[in-house]
Design a protein around this ligand. Structure first.
Ligand SMILES: Cc1cc2nc3c(=O)[nH]c(=O)nc-3n(C[C@H](O)[C@H](O)[C@H](O)COP(=O)(O)O)c2cc1C
Length: 405
């Protein structure tokens, strides 16, 4: 049953190309049983007519702050009190800036200030506008006040650019709202996730690393945060954008990752080791750049790195342990060995020999396995996969905890 049944959703629509997608969003929210009222900014009405939203929501559309026809002229307070959730989709860069600075210069921003309902924003804009430091800063302020930022997604944009800035699809937004209403499967839980590669220095300019992009670990951290978890991400070097609402600790080497993981996992409920930790590191790190003159060959002696996941699994009060197994052959067999050898509760296995999925790709296909069996997750977008995995992991964690009682 949908958590949105009879929920009162106030949908703010701001001025961006994605405003047309908000029409489909209204339809889907109503299909799930929600009652939807729409507030449009003045500029948004240049993109989509209020009549469209009136027809789809079955409610008058609100566009004016200074509206003498509104009840006692206090329509903004009425709307702010009416809403169970205030969703702004699309949220323009301009709107995010006004929200961050607490402005109340139109109906939508005034309602945002006046409401006690949770606020969720789905930004949509050109990729350069999204990555502009001003927008980044505004989002940080908004997130620090507990406003949920969902998306944006990566992909091709109306202006012809490619990058981060597309509004999430209507279905993804409704799923995120369902989580807001249920409070999230990991509410009150602390989740520690490792992501990305590690870098093992050879000398001041060279290092050993691997192909991990960090995308899967970051997607899992975003999914844990969406499920209401206090989420801590220990990230090796990646080029990924920081995640709002996720405490991110940046490390370089396997040893640094181990140190952080051991400290941060004390008291955590769930640990997910998604980082591709280098198995070996140079025994000696040269203090100066190694010169090639006179050296026809260079011998590096590598020594084994500590095993981060296994070390956390050996903690006396260890969290529920999930490891990743990136394999190139006999994937399930190797994953099952890892499950037992490292004393894990679950292993998520993927075949990194397939270049369409795994390292650096936006898509992945995995198996989730424990001692009793396995579930196959077919190829899909890493963010969607992360949400599905997190729901399954949260359910297993719940069962695990209830057995301990
Ligand atoms: C054709 C066109 C498309 C636009 N698309 C976007 C967009 O996708 N995202 C965005 O933040 N701004 C976009 N803008 C700029 C906003 O419309 C502009 O900043 C406006 O003042 C936002 O008003 P509002 O935040 O009050 O709705 C676009 C402008 C034009 C003319």
């Amino acid at each position: 049953m949908s958590g949105l049944i009879e929920k009162k959703i106030l949908l703010g629509v701001t001025a961006g190309i994605a405003a047309y997608k908000a029409a489909e969003l209204v339809r889907q929210l109503r299909q799930r049983g929600a009652c939807v009222k729409v507030v449009m900014t003045e500029s948004a009405q240049a993109f989509v007519s209020p009549l469209t939203f009136q027809a789809l929501s079955g409610q008058p559309v609100h566009t004016q702050l200074l509206d003498p026809a509104a009840e006692a002229g206090m329509g903004h307070i009425e709307l702010a009190k009416w809403a169970d959730i205030l969703l702004v989709a699309p949220a323009s860069a301009n709107f995010l800036a006004r929200l961050a600075t607490g402005q109340a210069n139109d109906l939508l921003t005034t309602v945002c200030l006046a409401t006690h309902a949770p606020i969720v924003v789905a930004p949509a804009m050109n990729q350069a506008m999204w990555s502009n430091p001003a927008t980044r800063h505004n989002c940080q302020i908004i997130a620090s006040r507990g406003i949920r930022i969902i998306g944006p997604a990566n992909g091709s944009q109306a202006c012809g650019d490619v990058g981060l800035g597309r509004m999430l699809e209507a279905q993804e937004i409704t799923e995120a709202l369902e989580q807001v209403t249920t409070g999230g499967l990991l509410m009150g839980k602390t989740v520690v996730i490792t992501a990305g590669p590690t870098r093992e220095p050879i000398d001041p300019v060279r290092y050993i690393t691997n192909h991990s992009s960090g995308k899967m670990g970051y997607a899992l951290a975003a999914a844990a945060r969406e499920e209401g978890a206090n989420t801590i991400l220990i990230s090796g070097p990646t080029s990924l954008e920081p995640l709002f609402g996720v405490r991110t600790i940046r490390v370089e080497t396997a040893r640094q990752m181990l140190d952080q993981a051991l400290v941060l996992s004390g008291g955590a409920d769930l640990f997910i080791g998604c980082a591709a930790v280098a198995d070996y590191a140079p025994e000696q790190v040269a203090l100066q750049k190694i010169k090639k003159d006179g050296n026809e060959a260079l011998n590096l002696r590598l020594v084994k790195n500590p095993d981060v996941v296994a070390a956390v699994a050996r903690l006396p009060e260890r969290p529920f342990m999930v490891g990743f197994a990136a394999e190139t052959e006999n994937v399930l067999q190797h994953a099952r060995e890892k499950l037992h050898r490292k004393n894990l509760d679950l292993v998520i296995a993927n075949d990194v020999a397939d270049s369409a999925i795994g390292f650096n790709s936006d898509r992945n296909a995995v198996w989730l396995l424990d001692a009793a069996g396995e579930i196959a997750y077919p190829e899909q977008d890493k963010r969607q996969l992360a949400r599905r995995l997190m729901q399954e992991i949260a359910a297993r964690l719940e069962r695990h905890n209830s057995r301990k009682l």
